[in-house]
Design a protein around this ligand. Structure first.
Ligand code: AKB
Length: 345
């Protein structure tokens, strides 16, 4: 059986939780977790080894990678868009220098062992910069269009996509000869992600998960964007599916892919939340700063490439996601007593 030794950075974050829960116990898969924070016990029990440290510290990254002879990296650690806008220089350190440390170390290790390392990198819709006045009228954005991010986070991710393409395709092209490039780089541009299990921190698409979790806890919620604000979305299980589908796909001719399940406005989500949690108090009080970031992110993205090249599929529409995933899971989590939609009283 092929042995996959997967290093997961940002293991204590939202996607890290989802990925580790899904991969843990898979035959032939060894999981190595890395995070700046303490890796919680719930995760430690699911991985072979957990390391607390900073991806900006190159010696730490080298130590962990050489200790385990990693052959796959899923690099999730990053400062998200709102956090990055509040501390742009620190974001650059983590999002660019940290990513460079990982790619460079992985490339060196790949060369030492003569085997490319697969490097899976979640990018984001924040790498796009559409004209706000055209946002709702242009067709779903394709991978090569509107690459004009206005945030530090978007700029960092777009540059790291280019860095990954370099290590995966063009590394030392003048002197490499017949040797393969050291990384097998694969990147997905994620939309807003909604998890029923965890609440995001530091993102600008956090307004939807915030309203869902607040409603399930019976707390009021103030949405920081206008009700008509539209973005592409996907549920956490679909995000984990997509990362694994991409990681497990055979050789690919391209390395960057849009993925999303559906597009919806904040108001549509608020209506859906109110249907399932009739007492939900959701008010719209746009924060002009955060609104201006989201206004440059596309209302929808074109996912044809991902569907054609590696069979990307989604599970749910918004209504199905609420009924089949979000509502049962958040009710189980918070023990909400609000009757489900349509239930007899
Ligand atoms: C954020 O809001 O920063 C992220 C993203 C869209 O990449 N969720």
């Amino acid at each position: 059986m092929t042995q996959r030794t997967i290093l997961i950075t940002g293991a204590s974050g939202e996607i890290g939780h989802g990925l580790i829960s899904r991969l843990s116990g898979t035959p032939g898969v060894r999981l190595i977790a890395m995070d700046l924070r303490d890796v919680p016990e719930s995760i430690q029990g699911k991985v072979e080894s957990a390391h607390q440290g900073d991806i900006c510290d190159r010696a730490f990254v080298e130590h962990v990678m050489s200790l385990h002879r990693v052959n796959e990296v899923m690099h999730l650690a990053a400062l998200l868009s709102t956090s990055a806008e509040r501390a742009p220089e620190q974001a650059h350190e983590v999002n660019v220098q940290g990513t460079f440390n990982l790619m460079r170390t992985a490339a060196e290790q790949a060369q030492a062992y003569g085997d490319p390392i697969r490097f899976v990198f979640p990018s984001t819709i924040a790498i796009y910069g559409v004209e706000p006045r055209e946002k709702d009228t242009i067709p779903p954005v394709r991978e090569f269009q509107a690459l004009r991010p206005i945030t530090m986070y978007g700029a960092n991710k777009l540059y790291c996509e280019a860095l990954g393409r370099y290590y995966g395709r063009y590394y030392r092209s003048l002197t490499r000869g017949d040797r393969r490039p050291p990384l097998d780089f694969r990147c997905l541009r994620l939309p807003g992600i909604i998890s029923a299990e965890t609440v995001p921190v530091g993102g600008t698409s956090d307004y939807v998960p915030e309203m869902i979790h607040a409603a399930a806890r019976g707390e009021p919620c103030t949405c920081f964007v206008r009700a008509e604000t539209s973005l592409p979305w996907m549920m956490m299980p679909e995000c984990v599916d997509a990362i694994l589908q991409l990681a497990e796909a055979p050789v690919l001719s391209r390395c960057v892919y849009n993925v999303a399940s559906f597009s919806a406005t904040a108001g549509t989500f608020a209506d859906a939340v109110r249907r399932h949690f009739p007492g939900a108090e959701i008010r719209f009080e746009p924060n002009e700063g955060r609104q201006s970031l989201v206004d440059t992110w596309p209302a929808d993205v074109d996912c044809v490439r991902a569907r054609e090249d590696w069979g990307f599929t989604t599970r749910w529409t918004l209504d199905e996601a609420m009924t089949e995933y979000i509502v049962p899971a958040v009710r189980a989590r918070y023990g909400s007593t609000t009757p489900p939609e349509g239930a007899a009283s």
